[in-house]
Design a binder for this molecule. Structure first.
Ligand SMILES: [Fe+2]
Length: 345
C-alpha cells in the first residue's frame, strides 16, 4: 500500500513539473525549445468533426499541436477583423469563402506558400493567393419523393421565387452555408435579381435553423423540398438514413446559381509568429494526406487538391455543371444587408 501511494505522489509531482515546463515555454516569444511540441492556434469555422480528423493526422505526421477555437464563418471572421494584428489566430479555416474574403479585404492574411497554391487548381482558390480552397460543397435541392414528383422539380433556383412555390420549400437563412449561396446569386445575377428573389423567398420559404433541420423537415413531409448542401444528405445516408430515407437530391446543373459549388477556405494570418508551422498545416490540408481524409472520411465534402478523387459515393464535381464564380468576389456584407432588408435575418 505504502509503495502505491508513493508512486501516485511521484506521478503527481512529475505531472505538475511537466505542466510547469509547458506553461513556461508557451510564454516564450523567442521560439520553441526543440524538445517542446510547437502549437498553432486555428480559428475553425469548418465542421468540427472534419477539422478534428485533419488535425489528428497532421499532428501525427508533423508533431505540431493544434489548438482549435471553433465558431461560425461570420462570427470568427468578424472576430479576426476586430482583433486585427493582435489576433492569437495563426490559421483561419471556414466552411464558405465569404468570411475568407472579409479577412482578406481587411489586409490580415499573408501570402499562401507557392507550393501549397500549386496543389490546388485555380478555380478553387482566389487569384490573389491570399488564401486557398481546402474542400468544396455543392448546393442541392433535397425533396420528399412522395410529395414532389420529379416532373415538378424546379429547373432553376430562381423558380423558387414564383408564387407556385409558396410554403413549398425550406432553407436555413441564418446559416453561412445558405448565405454563401445567396452571395453566388448576387455575383452571378446582380443586385436587382437577388433582391427580387429574396422578396420571393420571404413569401415562399419556410425557415429552419440549420441544414440538418431543413432535411429532417423535408424527410418528415412538413415541406416538399429545401435548399441545402449535398454532404448533409450523404452523411445521413452513410449512417442510418433516418433523416433522409424519404428524400432524394436534385442537382440544378446547367451553370444555374443553384448549382453553385462553394469553396471552404484556409489562410495564414499575417500577424502569426508561427508562420512556418501555419503554412505547413495549410500545405498538409491541400496535400495528399489532407485531401484523402475528404475522400475516405465521414465529411462527404469534395476534395479539391493534389489530384485526389472525391468520395466515390458523390456525384463527381466535374458533372455538376457549376457556374464559374471567383470565390474572392463573394460579398457577405452585401448579402447580410439584402437579406435583412428582405426580412430574412
Ligand atoms: Fe455545413
Amino acid at each position: 500500500m505504502a509503495a502505491g501511494w508513493k508512486t501516485i505522489a511521484g506521478a503527481a509531482f512529475l505531472a505538475s513539473t511537466l505542466v510547469g515546463v509547458t506553461a513556461c515555454s508557451d510564454d516564450s516569444d523567442t521560439g520553441t525549445p526543440a524538445n517542446t511540441p510547437e502549437t498553432i492556434t486555428v480559428y475553425n469555422a469548418q465542421h468540427e468533426s472534419l477539422t478534428q480528423e485533419w488535425v489528428d493526422e497532421f499532428t501525427a505526421e508533423s508533431g505540431i499541436q493544434v489548438n482549435l477555437r471553433n465558431g461560425g464563418d461570420t462570427e470568427l471572421g468578424n472576430q479576426i477583423v476586430a482583433e486585427g494584428g493582435a489576433s492569437p489566430a495563426d490559421v483561419f479555416l471556414t466552411e464558405n469563402s465569404p468570411a475568407m474574403t472579409l479577412v482578406e479585404n481587411a489586409g490580415l492574411f499573408t501570402d499562401v506558400d507557392p507550393d501549397t497554391l500549386a496543389q490546388v487548381p485555380p478555380q478553387y482558390r482566389p487569384s490573389t493567393g491570399k488564401w486557398t480552397g481546402i474542400a468544396a460543397r455543392s448546393t442541392v435541392f433535397v425533396y420528399n419523393k412522395d410529395k414532389l414528383p420529379q416532373d415538378q422539380l424546379p429547373k432553376s433556383l430562381l423558380d423558387l421565387q414564383d408564387p407556385s412555390w409558396k410554403g413549398r420549400w425550406a432553407a436555413s437563412p441564418s446559416g453561412a452555408d445558405f448565405q454563401a449561396i445567396v452571395s453566388a446569386l448576387l455575383e452571378l445575377k446582380g443586385e436587382d435579381v437577388t433582391r427580387a428573389w429574396l422578396a420571393g423567398m420571404k413569401e415562399n420559404a419556410v425557415p429552419y435553423k440549420g441544414n440538418s433541420a431543413v432535411m429532417k423537415a423535408v424527410n418528415a413531409g412538413e415541406v416538399p423540398g429545401g435548399v441545402i448542401y449535398h454532404y448533409y444528405w450523404f452523411g445521413d445516408q452513410a449512417k442510418t438514413g433516418e433523416n433522409s430515407a424519404n428524400t432524394a437530391l436534385h442537382y440544378f446543373k446547367n451553370e444555374d446559381p443553384g448549382a453553385f459549388v462553394s469553396v471552404s477556405g484556409g489562410g495564414v494570418l499575417e500577424s502569426s509568429n508561427k508562420a512556418v508551422a501555419a503554412q505547413q498545416f495549410l500545405r498538409f490540408l491541400t496535400g495528399k494526406s489532407g485531401q484523402e481524409i475528404l475522400q475516405t472520411g465521414d465529411s462527404f465534402e469534395y476534395a479539391v487538391g493534389s489530384g485526389v478523387p472525391s468520395n466515390p459515393a458523390l456525384v463527381p464535381l466535374a458533372d455538376l455543371q457549376a457556374p464559374t464564380v471567383d470565390p474572392s468576389k463573394l460579398n457577405s456584407q452585401k448579402v447580410a444587408q439584402l437579406m435583412t432588408e428582405a426580412g430574412l435575418l
